[in-house]
Design a protein around this ligand. Structure first.
Ligand code: PM9
Length: 462
């Protein structure tokens, strides 16, 4: 009997106009490349990678509308028209009156950390992010994790694992005093927890808590559109709102945001800081000329700002974001069919393998996630990223390794770049590594840089 249709599929609301060839290599070639790269996927040459799921940062495919905008770049040193186009769209979509462009997200993190943090301050947040915490520490602050416990449990299917635990926050406020807390650093969604969202209810609760204690509330809105999508899917009362309405409502609860435009905004470079606080704006507008460039370009070309302005218009399109997150869901569900241990619920920008359950015979100090990432590369040429003990770095006081509860490998989907067939090839490679997992040995670190070690550390096989 013929099979009956039980549900209808979605498809991407775009088609391919330009293609970029990618190289297929042999296993022997990849083993040599991995060794030369010190078994760190960040140190591989991109041309030696077949399917590049290292990051969704700056790896997006721009639309013809964005490329057309690139030709309208006004490269004046001061007062570029593209700066004003971008400003208009930041006001319209994020709802903040003031903004300062930066060359990427961490430059905005640098500015806001320098402006708000005094040495000895504490910055509570919903799980650390590598570059965010680094800038908070360099400004003399100490990051304190106040995320809910469920975020550290890969199999827990809580719909908003990015939420802040108000009791943990209150405990910190009581311990150190609100005066030592310049702002709450919220990320929505939470990258290191597996792309897990924060609910609007939690944001509203946080806002009222912060106001009551005279603490500012800032948002890392780098992937806020993905968070808005999950709110629409999972939170009562938001089903009928548009992604643009939810994004604006989210932002309305914050003093300001910093953004790496290389994600949601569908571009290859860019970042910004936006706020409703005139004093912070004036400080940032002045400081940006020291570190980035004039306040009307912040280290970017006029054409880059135009691409960002146009990316903002495309990022909240429902069919687009549904297909982006749908692609990741497709990937995650395939892995789950084969009992591959992944973080659940499936996140907004990536599928995260749980390396502790994938390679239970390895100790955390044998770098299971780093090992797994390079094993998958050697198997198929698919590149992923470690998000475990290497990324967590060292305790800034004791110098000991931080041992995070989550030891993950992130397979991140660039926006509008790969097809379902690329996902199938990736999934098959992960399954074949899983079938041979018992033979896999760990790594030892043989070179460790001082800052953000995961980018440049080198390893040897045990
Ligand atoms: N995220 C990522 O791959 C790129 C480099 S770090 C491995 O996930 C958040 C939530 C990010 C982020 C970068 C930045 C910094 C801030 N917040 O990379 O400097 O995910 O533009 O942004 C990366 P930039």
């Amino acid at each position: 009997m013929a099979k009956k249709l039980t549900c209808k599929s979605w498809a991407e609301p775009f088609k391919v106009k330009v293609v970029e060839p990618i190289k297929m290599t042999t296993k022997t070639y990849r083993e040599k490349a991995a060794k030369e790269a010190g078994y760190n996927t960040f140190l591989l040459k991109s041309e030696d990678v077949y399917i590049d799921l290292l990051t969704d940062s700056g790896t997006n495919a721009m639309s013809d509308y964005q490329w057309a905008g690139m030709m309208l770049g006004d490269e004046a040193y001061a007062g570029s028209r593209n700066f004003y186009n971008l400003w208009d769209n930041i006001k319209k979509y994020y709802g903040f009156p003031y903004f300062v462009p930066t060359h990427q997200g961490r430059a905005a993190e640098h500015l806001i950390s320098k402006i708000l943090i005094k040495p000895g301050d504490y910055i509570p947040g919903n799980m650390y992010f590598t570059t965010t915490r680094q800038h908070q520490e360099l400004a003399g602050g100490t990051f304190v994790d106040v995320i809910i416990d469920e975020a550290n449990e890969p199999q827990n299917t809580h719909p908003f694992k990015g939420n802040v635990d108000l009791n943990k926050l209150d405990k910190l406020v009581k311990e150190v005093g609100a005066k030592k807390i310049p702002y709450i650093s919220l990320a929505a969604p939470v990258n290191m927890a597996g792309g897990q969202p924060v609910s609007m209810a939690n944001i509203i609760e946080l806002e009222s808590y912060a106001k009551k204690h005279g603490i500012k509330l800032w948002l890392d809105a780098t992937r806020a559109v993905e968070n808005a999508y999950f709110i629409k899917q999972r939170e009562k009362g938001y089903e009928d709102k548009t992604i643009a309405q939810i994004l604006k409502e989210m932002c309305s609860h914050f003093d300001g945001i910093w953004v790496s435009a290389k994600k949601d905004l569908l571009v290859n470079i860019g970042g910004f800081l936006a706020t409703r606080n005139k004093h912070v704006y004036e400080e940032a507008r002045n400081m940006v000329v020291v570190y980035e460039g004039l306040h009307t370009y912040g280290g970017l070309a006029g054409r880059d700002m135009e691409a960002m302005a146009r990316g903002i218009e495309e990022m909240t399109n429902y069919d687009y974001i549904r297909s982006r997150i749908g692609q990741i869901e497709y990937f995650g569900k395939k892995l789950m069919e084969y009992n591959i241990p992944i973080v659940q619920p499936i996140g907004g920008h990536a599928v995260f393998l749980d390396a502790k359950r994938f390679l239970p015979h390895l100790k955390q100090i044998e770098f299971p996630a780093q090992t797994l990432a390079i094993e998958v590369y050697m198997d198929s040429g698919v590149r992923a990223m470690e998000r475990g003990i290497v990324s967590a770095g060292r305790n800034k006081v004791t110098g000991e390794h931080n041992y995070p509860k989550l030891e993950l490998v992130r397979f991140t989907l660039p926006r509008r770049v790969y097809t379902q067939a690329h996902i199938d090839v990736t999934f098959e490679s992960i399954v074949s590594v899983y079938e041979n997992r018992k033979k896999i040995k760990g790594l030892k670190m043989v070179y460790e840089p001082k800052y953000l070690r995961f980018f440049q550390a080198r390893f040897d096989r045990l």
